[in-house]
Design a protein around this ligand. Structure first.
Ligand SMILES: *Cc1c(COP(=O)(O)O)cnc(C)c1O
Length: 333
């Protein structure tokens, strides 16, 4: 847990606030709900990728890279935040975007995160849904290397053991905050996608023996596959930390009941969650990740899975830039 042994660029606004959500808690009538504001991490409006990129970009610099490449969905928050880090660090940035939704709406294809990718000076290329994106990125990296660039490639979502260190850091930070304030936390809920966030949290909490169960709310993959991805990465992250073996399979739990028709396709309850947070707490969620995570949180409170007398922390992973790509869906709802 000696994180300062790993290279890191200190660009995140940390610690992020830990706040009570009284009006949402009252409206749901169940547990006391708190929010960890990782939407406020800074770097192009913030989000969970900031913590990962502190470690990933430091590794890129340590390897002498002058260009970073990454890949994601059209409205990838990770792409936007990588573009911002590259700008700040004076590196080139090229992003491969996969059209996972098939949305033709110009707000989706040009606004929101895509607008900001370009504003930060990144170049982008678009691939059809179903493309083998890691392979496409390797080809693009080879082409850039042939032109003389020293390219560092970052996997989708920044989810590898280096990126997951950012969420080990979040586990440390959160545990410090709750201990300082005398708060017992019964559950942590977060959206989960490429899995680095949940894996880092699980590895961190296990290594610290925190006893805080983490529930990932799925945004793409089915339960079995999601849990296996998180578990594999949590184990590899623990190993990188020098704590091999602290994570057990039972520490990894994902609920994928709120994904709906697929990645990036909001459901009615996603939109309801976005509205509830906006109207009751003045907090902006997003239609791809945090809205689905919050829909799970809300439904599990209503069903009595999280009970009165318990304290639940919702990790806000950011993404509100994506709202501007989903104007149509939000207006229709
Ligand atoms: C990437 C992302 C997630 C998912 O985090 P993973 O580490 O990929 O599982 C959640 N919320 C937002 C807003 C994201 O951009």
């Amino acid at each position: 847990m000696h994180l300062s042994r790993f290279p890191r660029v200190f660009l995140a606004h940390l610690p992020t606030p830990l706040e009570r959500m009284d009006r949402l808690s009252d409206a749901l009538g169940g547990p006391e709900i708190w929010i960890k504001r990782d939407d406020c991490t800074g770097m192009s409006s913030g989000g969970n990728k900031t913590r990962k990129l502190e470690f990933l970009m430091a590794e890129a610099q340590a390897e002498g890279a002058d260009m970073v490449m990454t890949q994601g969905a059209t409205q990838s928050n990770h792409a936007r935040q990588t573009a911002a880090f590259a700008a700040k660090l004076g590196m080139g940035c090229h992003i491969l975007l996969e059209d996972r939704t098939g949305y033709q709406d110009p707000d989706y294809t040009e606004n929101g995160n895509v607008l900001l990718d370009h504003l930060h000076g990144s170049t982008t290329e678009v691939h059809p849904g179903g493309t083998d994106m890691p392979a496409a990125m390797e080809r693009a990296a080879e082409a850039a290397r042939a032109k003389g660039w020293r390219v560092y490639t970052i996997p989708g979502g920044g989810s590898n053991p280096t990126g997951a260190l950012g969420y080990v850091n979040c586990a440390l930070e959160l545990l410090g905050q709750v201990n300082e304030r005398g708060l017992v936390v019964d559950h942590l809920v977060t959206a989960t996608g490429s899995s680095g966030t949940q894996a880092g949290l699980v590895a961190g909490f296990c290594a610290l023996n925190a006893g805080i169960p983490v529930l990932g709310i799925g945004t793409r993959a089915p339960k079995e596959r999601q849990e296996q991805m998180v578990y594999d990465l949590a184990c590899r992250t623990a190993e990188k930390l020098g704590c091999a073996g602290v994570v057990t399979r039972e520490d990894v739990v994902a609920n994928t009941d709120y994904v709906g028709a697929g990645y990036g396709l909001p459901r009615e309850d996603t939109l309801e969650a976005i509205r509830l947070f906006a109207e009751l707490e003045g907090i902006l969620l997003d239609p791809v990740y945090s809205g689905k995570g919050a829909a799970g949180l809300i439904d599990l409170c209503r069903k009595g899975h999280f009970k009165k007398g318990e304290r639940v922390v919702f990790l806000h992973t950011g993404g509100s830039v994506g709202l501007f790509a989903y104007k149509g869906a939000l207006a229709r709802g």
